[in-house]
Design a protein around this ligand. Structure first.
Ligand SMILES: [Zn+2]
Ligand SMILES: [Zn+2]
Length: 194
């Protein structure tokens, strides 16, 4: 059965996974499965930048495609980058199956503030939905509340919602399309299949 597969990279905190899986299943109307954690992606480490290449991680994730993969999304605590930017919260293959998000700069602690778990969970969901939106070929949206609006800073992440605007939503498979994808073995979103 086609699913969103949530893949913890290295020592990603377990406590965020169930919430995130539930949020993604709700947003995409497709079951979300939490896979067993894999080793930290040390192959993507850039010594000069002291950060991890999200593009190299994506290439590795894309190789993990199975018949059950609708999308695979890696989650990490590592600081991610692409060459032209200081950092990224995440990256995805436009129109592909793989995405990755990091909580590194979504934590209040990164900005010298006390931990705020509810805020972190919300930001993580937004960024994960955003990256999966890119896999559906969605680009950045002008609507600042839409989850597909560009967020190059934490304030902008907080400003947007975890939902797609009406225009962006049209790129997300409908309930009927998801049903067709999974035939009679469809498990309605909301029922936990982690
Ligand atoms: Zn984006
Ligand atoms: Zn939008």
């Amino acid at each position: 059965m086609k699913r969103i597969q949530l893949l913890p990279l290295g020592g990603f905190p377990q406590e965020h996974l169930a919430d995130l899986a539930e949020g993604l299943a709700r947003e995409f109307l497709i079951p979300c499965e939490i896979l067993s954690a894999v080793a930290e992606p040390s192959f993507a480490f850039n010594v000069t930048r002291q950060q991890y290449s999200s593009t190299e991680i994506l290439a590795e994730l894309a190789r993990r495609d199975t018949p059950d993969t609708w999308r695979v999304i890696g989650v990490t605590t590592l600081d991610l980058y692409i060459p032209i930017l200081k950092f990224v919260f995440g990256e995805a293959q436009m129109g592909g199956t793989a995405a990755v998000v990091s909580v590194h700069r979504l934590r209040d602690e990164f900005y010298g503030l006390p931990p705020n778990l509810p805020a972190l969970r919300e930001r993580l969901l937004k960024e994960a939905v955003h990256e999966l939106g890119h896999t559906l070929t969605l680009s950045h949206c002008e609507d600042y509340q839409c989850v597909m609006s560009a967020s190059h800073g934490i304030e902008l992440v907080d400003l947007k919602s975890s939902r797609f605007c009406k225009a962006c939503r049209s790129a997300v498979p409908s309930r009927a399309e998801v049903k067709a994808l999974n035939g009679s073995r469809f498990v309605p979103a909301g029922r936990k299949v982690f």
